[in-house]
Write a protein that binds this ligand. Structure first.
Ligand code: 3PY
Ligand code: MG
Length: 258
């Protein structure tokens, strides 16, 4: 089932967040219980080559492959899709012009301006013929516009109306910096929660998908009630730190057990 159909069917999904540009590490993460793995090119270490290689273990594990591109690198959005990504997250979509440029790179004509060449995507997803692949592509691949500034909130209705934008992805860290006018970065800011809920509400009204990054995984339940459907959770440092902590504490506790 495609990521779109699962989200549209009402599933709540979790994606891991990979920043270590290594397919062997991605393979381990893809083998865990996540529904998807996102390869982060904005702040993580992923680059074109690691995305090209890193998508393979994600697809082999039958998970959804997602790529976050660097700011404004819409050429990379098309390439991520050509490599076999199912969804692309574009950071700092702050205006309708940004949304249009992103959508143009994500969708084939007449909706967008994406150039043909699924050199890796087609064999990696491996079925049908080119015409069927083309016919399905604009629907199957998802363009998530990151909403993480005051400008983006101001432009939200226009961004949501932009043909080819499939959903929003809230970046609560950047949003908190914008919200406090640079005073702090804090994804738990209580007075920002209504703004986040409003983004979800407006996206839902516009029939668009809703995703968010959760720094504290316990926030997922609260965000679900706001209408969010897709949660980006753990990155390698957190996975390794929490795993190490849990294993060591179990081992140390056992020393004092009878
Ligand atoms: C943010 O919270 O600003 C993000 O971009 C999440 O990665
Ligand atoms: Mg951000």
């Amino acid at each position: 089932m495609s990521l779109r159909s699962r989200l549209e069917a009402g599933e709540t999904l979790f994606t891991a967040w990979s920043g270590v540009p290594d397919a062997l590490t991605v393979e381990i993460i893809a083998g865990q219980g996540f529904d998807a793995v996102a390869l982060d090119m904005q702040h993580g270490g992923h680059h074109e080559d690691s995305v090209l290689r890193g998508i393979v273990p994600i697809l082999n594990a039958r998970k959804h492959a997602i790529v976050r591109i660097p700011v404004g690198r819409f050429d990379m959005a098309s390439r991520a899709l050509d490599f076999g990504a199912e969804a692309v997250i574009a950071p700092m979509i702050n205006s309708v012009a940004d949304a249009r440029a992103f959508a143009a790179s994500m969708k084939y004509p007449p909706l967008g301006e994406r150039s043909w060449g699924p050199t890796y995507a087609f064999p990696r997803h491996g079925q049908g013929d080119f015409a069927a692949w083309l016919a399905e592509s604009n629907k199957r691949t998802l363009a998530f516009a990151m909403i993480e500034t005051r400008a983006a909130i101001d432009a939200l209705d226009g961004i949501l109306e932009t043909p080819g934008i499939d959903g929003v992805f809230v970046g609560p860290s950047d949003l908190s910096i914008a919200w406090t006018r640079g005073k702090t970065v804090n994804t738990a800011l209580e007075d920002m929660m209504e703004a986040i809920a409003d983004i979800a509400r407006r996206a839902q009204q516009a029939n668009k998908l809703r995703a968010i990054f959760v720094v504290d995984p316990r926030m997922a339940g609260r965000y679900t009630k706001m209408g969010f459907q897709l949660f980006a959770t753990a990155s390698e440092p957190m996975l390794i730190a929490r795993g190490a902590e849990s294993i060591l504490s179990a081992a140390r506790q056992s020393l004092s057990a009878k």
